[in-house]
Design a protein around this ligand. Structure first.
Ligand code: CP
Length: 322
């Protein structure tokens, strides 16, 4: 594929990517289709196209990250953007500078995009209101992680040929998971039947209103499932005791080979990472024949390239429209 065959990037309605709840099914499909083209670039000997030459992208991560931060940086470099990683520990944040002042300081240097991860839900929306550059939400508190859901959808679509009509079982710590919210919005918009499962203490009270089926029985959730997605027990966000012990959690909710056998013969096993082996997932399942966990990581680069590319076109589109 030549660089001229990349899709024309004017079809995202907003200058930012803040949440899957803001996206239409057509916008989601556009990102997934664009990611197909980006994936091919990653398989070339020289993995670089000039699509974002002259654009500056700032990666601003206030929380730890391995997959999201590195895949955004690789995606930016493959598109020839100038990238800047802010090291929070050696920035003026440690002197007490607020998120808004940090963002406005960076904005004064005229970047085109800011990729933000932050522990506060709504942090990306705050930057969207005060910054002219495009804001990409790389995970905000327990709210959303839109590029994770997009790469998950890309992975499911690659393996299953589509998403509509699939039974997707999401099992784990639903209460603290931004990945859950983004995936529920995306998968229901594209017509999947979504089941969520976890201990009562780790299920948000209003989750059924998002159009999912709720169960506390793992066997019911995974019965006949096309996709099983495990979510990490987020001990760092837990103040009290949500279940008696990690050992008991694994015995009741952990994904074992025996439980996987209840799903379809061609089930795929997903996990956004990082995994707690022996807690939400057995090592035999994480490393087993149905696991697509490392495919998710690989697809994250192509999907983030697509998001950067489409938003770069979108900025020009919105400026023209203003
Ligand atoms: N899935 C995910 O967000 O992983 P990281 O925290 O490593 O970025």
């Amino acid at each position: 594929m030549s660089d001229e065959t990349l899709p024309v990037a004017t079809a995202l309605r907003h200058k930012d990517l803040l949440a899957i709840s803001d996206m239409t099914p057509e916008e989601i499909r556009l990102v997934l289709d664009t990611a197909e083209a980006m994936k091919e670039i990653g398989s070339r000997t020289i993995k670089k196209v000039p699509a974002l030459r002259g654009k500056t992208v700032v990666n601003l991560f206030f929380e730890p990250s391995t997959r999201t931060r590195t895949s955004f940086e690789i995606a930016e470099k493959r598109l020839s953007a100038d990238t800047l990683n802010i090291a929070i520990a050696s920035s003026s944040v440690v002197k007490g500078e607020t998120l808004a002042d940090t963002a406005l300081t960076l904005e004064a240097m005229n970047p085109d995009m800011i990729v933000l991860r932050h522990s506060s839900s709504g942090a990306a929306h705050l930057l969207s209101r005060i910054c002219k550059s495009s804001i990409i939400n790389a995970g905000d508190g327990t709210h959303e992680h839109p590029t994770q859901a997009l790469l998950d959808a890309y992975t499911i679509r690659s393996r299953k040929g589509g998403i509509a009509g699939l039974k997707v079982a999401i099992v784990g710590d639903l209460l603290h998971s931004r990945v859950l919210r983004s995936n529920v919005h995306l998968l229901t918009k594209l017509g999947a039947e979504v089941w969520v499962c976890g201990p009562p203490t780790l299920i948000p009270v209003d989750i059924a209103r998002l159009g999912v089926k709720v169960t506390h029985r793992v066997d019911e959730a995974v019965e006949g499932a096309d996709v099983i997605m495990l979510l990490r027990i987020q001990l760092e966000r837990m103040q009290g005791a949500y279940f008696p012990s990690l050992r008991e959690y694994f015995s009741v909710f952990g994904m074992t080979e025996a439980r996987v056998k209840r799903a379809k013969d061609d089930v795929i096993i997903m996990h956004p990472g990082p995994m707690n082996r022996g807690v939400e997932i057995a090592s035999e399942v994480a490393d087993g024949p149905f696991s697509v966990i490392l495919d998710q990581v690989a697809n994250g680069v192509a999907v983030r390239m697509a998001v950067l590319y489409l938003l770069a076109g979108g900025v020009e589109h919105h400026e023209e429209a203003a």
